[in-house]
Design a protein around this ligand. Structure first.
Ligand code: 5AD
Ligand code: SF4
Length: 526
């Protein structure tokens, strides 16, 4: 994250790099908040920092390799400045633990995602006594369920709004961990057992976020629509109940939630989305494969038929208002050409708004790693990845045509910096890991996001300068259904909900002009 605020009282400078999903972005927000309270300020680069943290992802090997390379580049810096503190946090810290010290012996602290509140204390300890320190949560078989759960709990309310990609959008974790144990996935091991946070805690946090200016709240969970909390008095709260509660909070204009699990997309939730106007009819429901045999090997817990039933429920309840997106893994253990073709056929049938497509990456610690051979050659994975991506992009582009000439309401996020570069990468098939990015490097972030924008102070300054120089300013916003809209406008529109008339479709992006409330008459607002 490249935000730096001059604080003469600051005693330490922190550089933090975040890869991975929205959960990681939120975790970084919390750690930065914690350290700011101890007098830290953020540095733009490792050279200026005396404390360097990597918030890591373990979902695919590539993400881990990137972190190990980044650590490798610090070897000399640590030799030259042994007092620099280097910490590894997040899923890779939980998964690799001792291995990190082995591969990068100059790392000082290793902290799993359930122990992040220990970071300030551990840094102080290193400064005072030196040595290597580890704080990780219990493994899935390391004790009583209650103790394991407690060791994975997070400390969400103590966060720092300035770490958000934009001040108007905020993540809110409602669920920790996962119990689905898909055979390819490391998350149940790194994030621990599934637990729904207390609804009152979630509500209170949402009120704070709204007071801080958040207009859009994105509820986070690995299987967010399976959210369930049972109180001491046996009162049960599900996602639909939670949405009803949050809907009443003044200031919040949009509620989204990611990521959903197909089997738990019931009518209660869908009718709630239909009836509550703040709820986005955007549903990210990973299918992973269109072949029953592959889904079985993945232990996804549903069949293609059941996924189709879910799509039918969505269409029946929300009609064409709904936008469904998906994730796919290609080249999973034993995937044949015929099985891959079933995925292609289902993508054609379901016509997702967009899909994130990944080449299978074997993860030690998972069932697939232990029991199934990773036998699809890399070249085949790559070919299938590109093929599916091209099909999906064609579908997205075709379906976007329906917006031509229509007016959509967007929440204006900020300048459309690097937007075109990101879209071109998708087209070239290079962006497999587009949703695994470094925070502060606004390529893209999050499963629901194709392009991540940042409105850091530097951006604001750049914008004002651009305005001053009279250059047209390209802004980006997002529709209720998470479609990206690019249009020209003034920076004072950032953070507003605005009607935009769409006049062109460019790949996954809608190009438009700010219009008056009346759809018929296009009046520029800038
Ligand atoms: N290899 C490749 N992709 C994976 N995902 C999860 N585990 C793996 C893996 N081992 C993908 C799934 C999931 C997304 C977050 O990452 O598609 O939905
Ligand atoms: Fe991983 Fe499956 Fe849980 Fe998603 S549902 S986090 S893919 S184990």
């Amino acid at each position: 994250m490249s935000t730096s605020t001059a604080n003469p009282a600051a005693t330490h400078k922190l550089y933090i790099e975040t890869v991975g999903c929205q959960m990681n972005m939120l975790d970084s927000e919390m750690v930065v908040a914690d350290l700011r309270r101890q007098g830290y300020e953020l540095a733009d680069n490792v050279t200026d920092a005396d404390t360097i943290l990597f918030n890591t992802c373990s979902v695919r090997e590539q993400a881990e390799n990137k972190t190990y390379s980044a650590l490798g580049r610090l070897r000399q810096a640590k030799k030259d400045n042994p007092e620099k503190i280097i910490g590894v946090m997040g899923c890779m810290a939980q998964k690799d633990q001792k291995l990190i010290f082995k591969r990068a012996p100059y790392v000082d602290i290793v902290v799993g995602p359930g122990q992040l509140q220990q970071i300030p204390g551990l840094i102080d300890k290193v400064r005072a006594e030196g040595g290597k320190h580890t704080a990780v949560s219990l493994g899935r078989t390391d004790g009583k369920l209650m103790d394991i759960k407690r060791s994975h709990e997070t400390f969400d309310p103590l966060r720092d709004p300035t770490m958000r990609p934009t001040p108007f959008q905020a993540f809110l974790r409602i669920q920790i961990g996962c119990d689905k144990f898909c055979t390819y996935c490391i998350v149940p091991m790194t994030r621990g057992p599934e637990q729904g946070r207390h609804p009152q805690q979630i509500y209170d946090e949402a009120v704070i976020l709204a007071d801080q200016g958040a207009k859009e709240i994105i509820l986070l969970g690995q299987t967010v629509n399976s959210y369930r909390h049972v109180d001491k008095d046996k009162t049960e709260t599900r996602l639909a109940d939670l949405l009803h509660k949050l809907h009443d909070i003044n200031g919040i204009e949009r509620l989204k939630f990611v990521t959903s699990y197909p089997k738990d997309m019931g009518y209660d939730l869908l009718t709630t989305i239909r009836d509550l106007k703040k709820c986005s009819p955007y549903l990210h429901v990973p299918l992973q494969s269109g072949s029953d045999a592959v889904l079985k090997r993945m232990k996804r817990g549903y069949t293609v038929g059941e996924y189709r039933d879910m799509m039918a429920r969505i269409n029946e309840t929300l009609g064409d208002k709904a936008a469904v997106s998906s994730d796919f893994i290609v080249g999973f253990c034993g995937e044949t050409d015929a099985e891959f073709q079933e995925t292609v056929d289902l993508v054609e049938e379901c016509r997702f708004k967009n899909s994130f497509i990944f080449k299978y990456s074997e993860r030690p610690g998972t069932k697939a790693h232990d029991q199934l051979p990773d036998d699809v050659p890399f070249e085949v994975k790559r070919r299938r990845n590109n093929e599916l991506l091209q099909i999906q992009n064609r579908i997205s582009e075709e379906d976007n045509q329906k917006f031509l000439g229509r007016t959509v309401e967007v929440l204006v996020e900020g300048p459309s910096k690097r937007h075109d570069a990101a879209v071109n990468e998708i087209k070239d098939g290079k962006a497999e890991d587009l949703n695994r990015v470094v925070v502060g490097d606004p390529g893209a972030a999050g499963k629901s996001d194709l392009v991540q924008l940042d409105t850091t102070q530097q951006d604001a300054a750049r914008l004002q300068k651009q305005q001053f120089e009279g250059k047209p300013l390209q802004l980006t916003g997002r529709t209720h259904c998470d479609r990206i809209v690019v249009f020209d406008g003034s920076p004072r529109l950032i953070g507003q909900m605005l009607p935009i008339g769409v006049y062109e479709v460019c790949g996954l992006t809608l190009l438009g002009t700010a219009v008056s409330e009346s759809k018929a008459d296009l009046i520029s607002l800038v």
